[in-house]
Design a protein. Structure first.
Length: 241
């Protein structure tokens, strides 16, 4: 076969062959949970910073849109009461009554103002997640492997679904007239089971059930709880389909 003909066939095969279905992040150093709102004028810089940080392979970024800014004239298209309740649960776990936007929670253990770049980067630099979590897509299944850590406390395994990229034209409120760009917008949280520190855990989940509605990505979080309130995140991994 002539070289030109072989090249033509290879190009055709590359055009029709399925690409890798997922972009996977395993064993990051930090999970960043940003509590934000489309109705908050100080949030766009934090949203932009989160978008930049999300591009790092060692960071999983999650944007939780809250609903308590809706009263000023613009209802956040991604906002939910559940996200607000998660933010309040963090505050309660730290014996605090204070919640705000943009609040960035790092590894479930510390919060910083999400728009303060130097403070955010310093906190991320010191962060670590001790429990290894790896993901693999196998045809129509998501394969999750969580390592052990003898002596650690039993923790919950959570599935957090998200929209990888989104843009919104805000028509009213403090950000009226702006087109806002978002990344990893949380669409839901579901408990999958418990992590055994002695033996670790292995899960196989149908991809079509993991991702529903507009969601095109998901994170697996291993997170401790104290008194039913969120504690430190011990390990994490994520993928985008």
């Amino acid at each position: 076969m002539k070289v030109q003909g072989l090249i033509s066939i290879l190009l055709l095969l590359s055009a029709v062959a399925p690409a890798d279905a997922s972009e996977i992040k395993s064993n990051p150093k930090a999970v960043l949970e940003l509590f934000t709102s489309q109705g908050c004028s100080s949030c766009p810089p934090a949203d932009a910073l989160l978008k930049t940080l999300q591009q790092r392979p060692d960071i999983i970024a999650l944007a939780y849109h809250v609903d308590y800014w809706d009263y000023i004239g613009w209802t956040d298209t991604f906002g939910s009461k559940a996200n607000t309740e998660r933010q309040r649960a963090y505050a309660e776990s730290w014996d605090s009554n204070n919640i705000y936007t943009p609040e960035l929670v790092v590894n479930g253990a510390k919060d910083v103002v999400g728009s303060r770049k130097a403070e955010v980067e310093s906190t991320v630099q010191q962060a670590s997640l001790p429990v290894p979590v790896s993901l693999k897509t196998d045809k129509d299944m998501l394969d999750v492997t969580i390592g052990g850590m003898p002596g650690a406390a039993e923790s919950g395994v959570w599935l957090v679904t998200f929209i990888d990229k989104a843009s919104v034209d805000v028509e009213r409120g403090e950000n009226a007239g702006q087109k806002l760009e978002y990344t990893e917008v949380v669409t839901g949280r579901h408990i999958l089971g418990m992590w055994d520190p002695q033996n670790g855990a292995h899960l196989r989940l149908p991809l079509d059930e993991v991702l529903s509605g507009p969601s095109d990505g998901a994170a697996i979080l291993v997170q401790r709880e104290t008194r039913g309130l969120p504690g430190p995140i011990m390990g994490a991994a994520s993928f985008v389909r």
